[in-house]
Design a protein around this ligand. Structure first.
Ligand SMILES: Nc1ncnc2c1ncn2[C@@H]1O[C@H](COP(=O)(O)OP(=O)(O)OP(=O)(O)O)[C@@H](O)[C@H]1O
Ligand SMILES: [Mg+2]
Length: 253
């Protein structure tokens, strides 16, 4: 059992789409996977699996667990989406614990007790659903939840575009990871197939003092709408990159 966080400094790096495709790749390997959405200001996971947002809003969610400090309703908040993504059938199972934006979350004090409670939710989710992997979608930038996920996760995948805003924020984050001895992996996203991209990658790796382990190519179609390529287009180069992330996760001791 492993907890894996996905984080980015800037928004719109493709972090959530990457996490969801990675979950599909892990299912393909026969793993049971849970996804927890900590991005409660702008949650997105259920939509990527084409769940009806109105249906999700009516059901209990992680938000209720946090606001009411109860774990007992976990099973009412978890959605199994194995069937939705099982064409062709994949061997593993997939569960989502969504979150819903609520002003009441602004009143929550994110102290040590809340962190311990959130980690207890992670652990319960893992035990009750016999998960091999829990993938945690964090919030963009240096937020409490991203700190929390990085602290409790076995490793964090950092998703960044190659521009200077992303690189500058990630540079700062890497210093923190190194000080805390926390494991991280770099994913370069939206990498265009143009002259100069290779040189830019080398420059960014030099600046960050770390290698990009996975390159996600820029796919124009995905700018128009999200699409889980690992399901719809498993042989695509992008899906192979998502598979590489799943391989890194599975190879972790
Ligand atoms: N490889 C890609 N090429 C082009 N567009 C992409 C690629 N991956 C994702 N996108 C698009 O980028 C947009 C943002 O993706 P996504 O929501 O996964 O990013 P995010 O980092 O989770 O954003 P946020 O910070 O808002 O949570 C979506 O429209 C998605 O389809
Ligand atoms: Mg997102």
């Amino acid at each position: 059992m492993k907890k894996i966080a996905f984080w980015s400094y800037k928004g719109g790096t493709g972090r959530t789409l990457t996490l969801c495709n990675t979950a599909v790749e892990l299912m393909r390997m026969g793993k049971n996977v849970g996804i927890i959405d900590l991005d409660w200001e702008a949650p997105g996971v259920p939509l990527l699996f084409k769940l009806d947002p109105e249906f999700i809003e009516k059901r209990p969610s992680l938000t209720d667990l946090i606001i009411h400090r109860v774990i007992g309703i976990l099973s009412k908040a978890v959605h199994e989406v194995t069937g939705l993504v099982s064409n062709p059938p994949l061997r593993g199972r997939l569960y989502i614990l969504p979150t819903i934006n609520s002003p009441e979350l602004d009143n929550i004090k994110f102290d040590d007790d809340t962190f311990i409670f959130l980690n207890a939710i992670f652990d319960n989710f893992i035990q009750v659903y016999m998960l091999d992997y829990l993938l945690i979608d964090t919030r963009t930038g240096f937020s409490v939840t991203s700190g929390l996920a990085a602290n409790f996760a076995d490793a964090t995948f950092i998703c960044l575009r190659l521009d200077r805003q992303n690189v500058s924020g990630v540079e700062k984050a890497i210093k923190g990871f190194k000080i805390n001895g926390a494991k991280f992996h770099l994913i370069f996203s939206n990498v265009p197939k143009i002259k100069g991209a290779e040189a830019k990658i080398a420059e960014v790796e030099e600046k960050l003092g770390a290698k990009g382990e996975v390159m996600l190519g820029l796919v124009p179609e995905l700018i128009l709408d999200e699409n889980l390529y690992s399901l719809s287009n498993p042989e695509h180069e992008l899906s192979k990159s998502y598979k590489k992330i799943a391989d890194i996760i599975v190879s972790k001791k």
